[in-house]
Design a binder for this molecule. Structure first.
Ligand code: FES
Ligand SMILES: [Fe+2]
Length: 374
């Protein structure tokens, strides 16, 4: 990656040069080297509970159809007809009645991707339906999250995912995330590069100034990292007092998630899952941020709040205290991220030194640069 300016190598870790956040060439290179090759989270498995349920996902400029076939197997099909390439499915989610039909000439695919009907093609010399199944990306499920990988063959998806996610598999068993359900989600569009969201999430140096409401409940210097190198980075912060929760009131009537116990009742864990997910584990709920780059300076974030379905079934269940707390915190973060994007774009910007509270940020940069082959 000679064309991009290398980060300054000095005494301590420095922030990256601005190109990495503003350049269209870097954005295109990321699409090729990162987003077309890595496992990207696109949703939850409950969105495709029954055979024929589907949702579409846009990843690295591709449209995928995530659906479940009649044998229960999940697929991530490229939304591209094998006849003349037409995008077949235009809706965000829904239910296929047993097959996927192209709206152009009605070529029809079974839910496992096989071409089952191709009108008037029997007479075409050499044509065999078996040669034209839908193209598929690799797909895997972890803790109820659906991950896709454009660069991974379907046949090796399971083992490739298990290898890539080895440091995380089983790690959050106490939160039983697979069983949780989304109570609410909010979509944000940010005027900043996606990496600034990951960097900002990885430090609480800014918390006393930017999030006084968070600092009141969880001291900004109480963070301890337990994953500090590689694709997955993070650790925990302490709650100030036993029984607190990160809510608008600082407490909650919700019970903790069943098997969360001991010190974890007084902690919130925060992890970045490169390059598409932020995972925040609270005693009584799990929050996730799904991240999707839209342009060098534009990022979509969907924040979702997940709870135990038993808690959600209680007559007094109300997620508002958690949602409003983090919606405010999110907006405070987005604002400073957008300010950073503005400053990075200035001719006056030059890499600055990371503080000792920003070790995860230089680890993120290192990992990112290695993923980019820089
Ligand atoms: S392009 Fe799909 S059936 Fe012709
Ligand atoms: Fe923040």
């Amino acid at each position: 990656m000679e064309t991009f300016i290398r980060p300054h190598v000095g005494q301590g870790a420095m922030t990256l040069p601005s190109q990495w956040y503003v350049s269209p060439e870097v954005f295109d290179a990321e699409r090729e080297r990162v987003f077309s090759k890595r496992w990207l989270c696109v949703g939850r498995v409950e969105q495709v509970e029954r055979s024929g349920d589907f949702f579409t996902a846009e990843v690295a400029g591709e449209s995928l159809i995530v659906t479940r076939d009649t044998s229960g197997t999940l697929h991530a099909f490229f939304n591209v007809c094998r006849h003349r390439g037409t995008r077949m499915c235009e809706t965000a989610s829904g239910h296929f009645q047993g097959s996927i039909q192209c709206p152009y000439h009605a070529w029809t695919y079974a839910l496992d991707g096989k071409l089952s009907v191709a009108r008037n093609m029997a007479e075409v010399p050499g044509f065999d339906r078996a040669d034209y199944p839908l193209h598929e990306a690799g797909i895997a499920v972890w803790e109820g999250f659906v991950f896709v990988n454009l660069g991974c063959p379907v046949a090796s998806a399971e083992s490739a995912f298990a290898q890539a996610f080895a440091p995380l598999i089983g790690r959050f068993a106490k939160w039983n995330i697979a069983s949780l359900r989304t109570a609410q989600s909010i979509r944000y569009e940010l005027a900043c590069n996606w990496k600034l969201v990951f960097l900002n999430y990885s430090e609480c140096y800014h918390c006393p100034l930017v999030h006084p409401q968070l600092d009141k409940l969880s001291p900004s210097d109480s963070g301890r990292n337990d994953l500090s190198e590689g694709a997955f980075l993070g650790g925990y912060s302490e709650l100030r007092k036993h029984g607190m929760s990160l809510t608008t009131t600082g407490s909650t009537i919700r019970p903790p998630i069943e098997s969360v116990d001991g010190a974890d009742l007084d902690r919130v864990y925060y992890y970045t899952i490169f390059p598409s997910l932020l995972l925040s584990l609270h005693p009584d709920y799990v929050m996730v941020h799904y991240a999707k780059p839209l342009a060098p300076g534009r990022t979509e974030i969907v924040c979702a709040w997940l709870f135990d379905p038993k808690t959600m079934a209680l007559p007094n269940f109300d997620p508002t205290d958690a949602v409003e707390f983090w919606d405010l915190t999110n907006r405070q973060d987005w604002h400073v991220n957008e300010l950073t994007q503005l400053g990075l774009s200035s001719r006056a910007y030059a890499p600055g030194p990371y503080s000792n509270a920003e070790g995860l940020l230089s680890a993120f940069d290192r990992y990112y640069l290695s993923a980019m082959g820089a």
